[in-house]
Design a protein around this ligand. Structure first.
Ligand SMILES: Cc1ncc(COP(=O)(O)O)c(C=O)c1O
Length: 385
C-alpha cells in the first residue's frame, strides 16, 4: 500500500518479500552462501535467486536496507556490522590520494580518528572546523577538497550544521557531503531532501533501539552507493542476517519510540536548566541553544541525547552525582530503551574545582522518575536547595 507516513511505510513492505506464507514476521535467511544451479550460471555471475554470498548481499539484510532507504528518501541503503563500519566504507569510498576533507571537530571521536590517523597514511588531509556557519566551510575549501563530513547535532556538544547551505556550497564545487544522522533519525531529519549526498548511521542506536545489536547504515544515490557497495564488499563489514532481522524489528517501533524519547528528553532537559549545580544544558530543542532556530528549520523533532555542564566543583562532587544515580546506568552507548550517563572533567582543576560535562541519554522510563533520580544525585553533589 502506498503511504506518505513513515510508520506505515516501515510496517508494510512488499507482501511477498516480507510475509512469505502469510507470516507476520519475515524469516531470517541465516546463510553465508547461495549456490548456483549450474556452472554456466556461476561463470556468468548470474544466479537466478539473485544472491551469491552474504558479504555481498542477503535477503534479510536487504529488507532492512530497503526500509531504511525508503525512510531516508535515498535510492539505496547498505547495512554494515557497526556504525564505524558504515562511516569507514562511506569515507574510504569517496576519497583518493591527494584529496582534502573538511570535517567538524566535534564529530564522534573514532570518526575523527579515521580522518586524523588513517587518511593521512593514504595521502588524504583533513581540516577540522567548528562548522557553525556555511562561511566557515567555504573558507576551509581548498582546490582539492573532495569531501565534507558532518554530524548534526554533533557528539557531546550538540552543535548543528546548516545542511542545506553546506549542500549548496558543496554541489557548486563538486564536493561530496556525508552526514551522520544517528541522533535525529530519518523521522526527524531528512538530509537527502536538503541536498546531502550520503547519510550514515550508527543503527546500534535509535534505529535498532534495544541495545542488543551493533549495526550501521550508509544511504544515498545509486551512483555513490555503487562505490560504497564496492568498499563494503572489499573491507567486509556487511551486517549479519540475524542482526539485520533484529534491526527490522527495531524499525517497526522507531516512530513510537522516537516520539516518547523526544518528549521525555525535552522534559528532563528543560527541568535540568533550573536545577542548582547545573551551569548549562546543551540540547538543540531548548530555546537557550544558540542554534535553536536552525534546528527548528532543518529538524522536525529531537533525539533525547544531550549534555549537561555542572557548575565548577570538586571531582568528588561530580563522582557523587553520577555514582548515586540509580536509573541512569553508566555506559558509552545510547539509543536503547534505558537511560544512560557518561561524564568527563572539562579541564584541569583551578583551586580544586573544575567543570564537568555529563552526557545524558533519556530512555523510555517515566520522566518523573528520571528527574527524581537526577535531583537526588545533584543533592548528593551540591546539597539541597
Ligand atoms: C554519533 C555516532 N556516530 C557513530 C557511532 C559509531 O557507531 P557504532 O558504535 O555502531 O560503530 C556512534 C557510537 O556511539 C555515535 O554516537
Amino acid at each position: 500500500m502506498n503511504s506518505d507516513h513513515l510508520n506505515t511505510q516501515l510496517l508494510h513492505w512488499g507482501e511477498e518479500e516480507e510475509h512469505p506464507f502469510g507470516a507476520v514476521v519475515p524469516p531470517i535467511i541465516q546463510t553465508s552462501l547461495f549456490t548456483y544451479p549450474d556452472i554456466q550460471a556461476r561463470l556468468s555471475e548470474f544466479n537466478p535467486h539473485g544472491y551469491d554470498y552474504t558479504r555481498s548481499g542477503n535477503p534479510t539484510t536487504e529488507l532492512a536496507e530497503r526500509k531504511i532507504a525508503l525512510i531516508e528518501g535515498a535510492d539505496r541503503a547498505l547495512c554494515c556490522g557497526s556504525g564505524m563500519g558504515a562511516i569507514t566504507c562511506a569515507v574510504m569510498a569517496m576519497v583518493n590520494q591527494g584529496d582534502h576533507v573538511i570535517s567538524i571537530k566535534t564529530a564522534y571521536p573514532p570518526t575523527l580518528r579515521l580522518m586524523n590517523e588513517y587518511l593521512p597514511r593514504y595521502g588524504v588531509t583533513t581540516t577540522l572546523i567548528d562548522g557553525f556557519t556555511v562561511e566557515e566551510f567555504e573558507q576551509a575549501c581548498q582546490p582539492n577538497t573532495r569531501l565534507i563530513y558532518l554530524e548534526t547535532p554533533s557528539s557531546m556538544f550538540f552543535h548543528l550544521q546548516d545542511l542545506k547551505g553546506i549542500a549548496d556550497l558543496a554541489k557548486a564545487r563538486d564536493i561530496v557531503t556525508i552526514v551522520d544522522n544517528s541522533w535525529a533519525t530519518p523521522l526527524f531529519q531528512k538530509p537527502a531532501a536538503l541536498g546531502i549526498d550520503l547519510v550514515v548511521h550508527s543503527a546500534t542506536k535509535y534505529m535498532s533501539g534495544h541495545s542488543d545489536i551493533i549495526a550501521g547504515v550508509v544511504a544515498g544515490s545509486s551512483a555513490l552507493m555503487e562505490r560504497v557497495n564496492h568498499a563494503r564488499n572489499t573491507f567486509g563489514p556487511t551486517l549479519d542476517p540475524f542482526a539485520a532481522w533484529l534491526l527490522i524489528r527495531g524499525l517497526r517501533t522507531l516512530d513510537v519510540r522516537m516520539e516518547r524519547h523526544q518528549k521525555n528528553g525535552l522534559q528532563v532537559a528543560s527541568w535540568l536548566e533550573t536545577q542548582p549545580g547545573v551551569k548549562q544544558v546543551n540540547h538543540p530543542g531548548l530555546n537557550s541553544h544558540p542554534q535553536y532556530e536552525l534546528g527548528r528549520q532543518q529538524m522536525s523533532g529531537y533525539g533525547s541525547l544531550f549534555s549537561v555542564e555542572l557548575t565548577p566543583c570538586a571531582d568528588e562532587q561530580a563522582h557523587a552525582f553520577v555514582n548515586s544515580l540509580r536509573l541512569f546506568r553508566i555506559g558509552c552507548s545510547w539509543g536503547g530503551f534505558e537511560s544512560l550517563v557518561l561524564g568527563w572533567p572539562m579541564r584541569e582543576p583551578e583551586a580544586g574545582k573544575r567543570p564537568w560535562l555529563f552526557r545524558l541519554f533519556i530512555g523510555l522510563e517515566h520522566p518523573e522518575d528520571l528527574m527524581r533520580d537526577l535531583e537526588q544525585g545533584l543533592q548528593k553533589a551540591f546539597g539541597s536547595r
